[in-house]
Design a binder for this molecule. Structure first.
Ligand code: ATP
Ligand code: MG
Length: 228
């Protein structure tokens, strides 16, 4: 497409205004190509790299907060964004902060883009009884038909090509999220009903979740025993 624009500019004598418009379109195309390339590189990196070590602990609160504020930024006031954390304790995660932030950001940006104005998007964190952490991004948007669900985490898969083109996606977002969370021994789960909304859940295994301050306690039960 860019080469087409270049050709147009080379062969046609464009008016000032048309000239401007063609440059604007070229700029859009270029930035789409840039994000496509960087998404593909990220996916390739994730695929080739080993399970991240349990090296640093990242507080959950700020991660959720920044995902909410990213969502608000994208929504420009058209959606209600809420954040609920079930456990009273503060939690920390053994994850790569940038990677986890981008996974959550991806889910939130989908929720915003696939939920009509006036809709509601909620982030939830829930520490399950079995020690797994669940992070949920719930929207009451357009939803996804059941038969698409097994495929939407595949690279380049989009439910509705024309719709996705209008919202500017490449179909790599969920594939990246899935790879990132799987590397930590977690999962990406999707539940959705057309016309009612969607719920995307990230799970993290117990070894990668801790309650803040427990390293000061003698109770070994809280300590991650081995990476998972
Ligand atoms: P990209 O994230 O690469 O910019 P994308 O959003 O189209 O593009 P994915 O994030 O991988 O790609 O999502 C794949 C498809 O799943 C989307 O095109 C959309 O059809 C559907 N989808 C994802 N999230 C939602 C949601 N919250 N509600 C409804 N449909 C969704
Ligand atoms: Mg997306």
């Amino acid at each position: 497409p860019i080469s087409g624009f270049v050709e147009t500019m080379q062969t046609l004598a464009l008016q000032e205004k048309e000239h401007h418009r063609v440059l604007e379109l070229m700029k859009q195309q270029t930035s789409r190509m840039e994000s496509l390339v960087s998404d593909l590189l990220l996916l390739a990196t994730l695929e080739g790299s080993p399970k991240p070590a349990i090296a640093q602990w990242v507080p959950l609160g700020p991660l959720l907060q920044s995902a909410v504020s990213d969502g608000q930024h994208l929504s420009v006031g058209q959606h209600d964004l809420l954040c609920g954390v079930a456990p009273e304790q503060e939690l920390e995660l053994a994850v790569e902060e940038r990677e986890m932030a981008s996974a959550l950001g991806n889910l939130v940006s989908n929720a915003v883009r696939y939920t009509p104005a006036g809709g509601r998007i909620e982030l939830q964190a829930n520490l399950r009884a079995d020690g797994y952490l669940e992070l949920k991004v719930i929207d009451n948007g357009i939803g996804i038909e059941r038969h698409h669900l097994p495929r939407i985490t595949q690279r380049f898969y989009r439910v509705d090509k024309s719709r996705s083109r209008a919202t500017g996606g490449t179909g790599l977002g969920l594939a990246i999220v899935k790879h990132a969370i799987t590397r930590y021994g977690g999962e990406l789960l999707v539940d959705s009903t057309p016309g009612e909304g969607s719920c995307f859940t990230l799970t993290l295994p117990p070894a990668r979740v801790r309650v803040v301050g427990t390293e000061l306690l003698s109770s070994p039960g809280f300590m991650p025993s081995s990476p998972s």
